[in-house]
Design a protein around this ligand. Structure first.
Ligand SMILES: Cc1cc2nc3c(=O)[nH]c(=O)nc-3n(C[C@H](O)[C@H](O)[C@H](O)COP(=O)(O)OP(=O)(O)OC[C@H]3O[C@@H](n4cnc5c(N)ncnc54)[C@H](O)[C@@H]3O)c2cc1C
Length: 391
């Protein structure tokens, strides 16, 4: 498959892709199948990625990272998925980074980034969603009240993935009551919570079992004390910081979807060439070929949008529309490819040992998280096309 070999920042992507593939080859289907059965976290896989420096791709070199561009980070995530592995176990370390990098103070960056880059600290948890407010982030209810040199946090988060496998949590909470905030988007603040200090003293974590292996949880905060120095940026401006970080999240997740689509297309193509029914390979029938070809075209189109969004992001230009469209188109492409791949495999697609049903379950998530398709369409309708607000 054709791949851009150089990023807009002129990095050579081929060796990066190749070394990710080489690392992933050590974690074959049976590794993921065993974990999936037990709903266990891929600790060895995440440790290997960390050790190889891939999860520190976006951390600047001065803090011990490799200072790569968003395009290179996207290539890393894409290759993980295209190799049949599951980057959902660790993608947050890449995309939560933007908030700390862009809005953290020099002291915060110096304190946290080298330890994250070396793997000493894991920044894998991102607490935004709450059970009562859902997609309506501005209505979240978790509060942070300043008391001397601490904030006291009370409330609840849901779907906080990897909280049990992270040392740090990037948390958004309300610091000014909604009625008292000057604007709808004011009054929320972002904190870096050190969960090593917090567990058993104000934070409790309940795992949630889901249809795929995702290590997601719900969190309860009961008078959790967070040092005021862990506030990122200015109090009350957190929603803006999270929004700018979300473009990185959309681009990286979109790249993962492209990787998934490539995996499904390669798997279906291989099977369609080998499976003989009615005395010929099933792939000789256009009824089997065409859905594979269509999935390929859909993936390639989405890939272009992911590249366009990443290129805008890395030169610091506004990329909300492109990042959202990349996520929408790539999630649709991966889901269409998943369905096609399952169909191409006939009954065997449902058998665990082919890995198709596992990847099918895993990629379905991206229609809903980290932002659901409807919310992206609504963003495009209102913010790009100027249609009336619906909420
Ligand atoms: C496995 C998993 C992992 C996750 N990990 C994290 C994480 O690490 N951190 C985190 O903060 N969150 C996480 N999430 C949460 C995820 O971001 C949300 O599930 C997602 O944003 C949708 O929110 P919701 O589930 O509350 O759905 P709701 O907001 O309740 O929406 C339900 C449905 O209604 C639709 N809908 C709602 N309002 C409208 C409207 N106005 N117009 C049209 N359609 C509408 C939505 O599109 C959706 O399909 C995770 C979720 C899952 C399932």
């Amino acid at each position: 498959m054709a791949q851009a070999e150089r990023s807009p920042a002129n990095e050579d992507l081929a060796p990066i892709r190749e070394s990710v593939r080489a690392l992933c080859a050590k974690f074959p289907g049976e590794y993921w199948r065993d974990l999936d059965r037990e709903r266990a976290y891929p600790t060895e896989f995440v440790a290997a990625l960390t050790q190889a420096g891939f999860l520190a791709a976006l951390i600047p070199e001065e803090y011990g990272g490799s200072g790569l561009s968003m395009t290179a980070a996207a290539a890393i995530m894409e290759e993980i998925q295209a190799s049949g592995c599951n980057g959902a176990a660790c993608h947050a370390q890449m995309y939560t980074m933007g908030t700390l990098l862009r809005h953290g103070s020099a002291a915060q960056k110096a304190r946290w980034l080298p330890a994250i880059a070396s793997g000493e600290l894991r920044l894998q948890a991102f607490g935004v969603t709450e059970p009562t407010s859902g997609s309506d982030t501005l209505n979240l209810r978790t509060t942070a009240v300043r008391e001397g040199d601490h904030y006291i946090i009370n409330g609840q988060k849901i779907w906080t993935s990897r909280a049990e496998h992270s040392d740090l949590l990037l948390l958004i909470a309300r610091t000014t009551p909604r009625e008292a905030a000057p604007r709808r988007s004011d009054g929320l603040s972002v904190f870096l919570v050190d969960m090593r200090l917090a567990q058993g003293t104000g934070i409790s974590i309940n795992p949630i079992r889901t249809m795929m292996n995702h290590a997601t949880t719900e969190l309860f905060f009961d008078d959790l004390r967070v040092p005021a120095e862990n506030l990122i940026g200015e109090e009350g401006q957190g929603f803006r910081y999270i929004l700018s970080g979300m473009n990185a999240e959309r681009i990286l997740i979109a790249a993962e979807c492209i990787g998934d689509a490539k995996w499904f297309i390669a798997k279906a193509t291989g099977y369609a060439k080998e499976r003989i029914v009615f005395g010929r390979p099933i792939g000789q029938n256009q009824g089997v070929q065409f859905p594979i070809a269509r999935a390929y075209a859909q993936m390639r189109a989405a890939e272009l949008m992911v590249g366009a969004a990443a290129a805008l992001y890395e030169v610091g230009r506004e990329c909300g529309a492109e990042a959202n469209m990349a996520k929408l188109l790539a999630a649709d492409a991966s889901w269409a490819a998943a369905d096609m791949c399952l169909q191409t495999h006939g009954g065997f697609g449902f058998a665990e040992e082919f890995d198709v049903e596992r990847k099918f379950r895993e990629t379905r998530l991206y229609q809903t998280a980290p932002i659901s398709t409807n919310l992206i369409l609504s963003y495009l309708a209102e913010h790009v096309l100027g249609l009336p607000r619906s909420y």
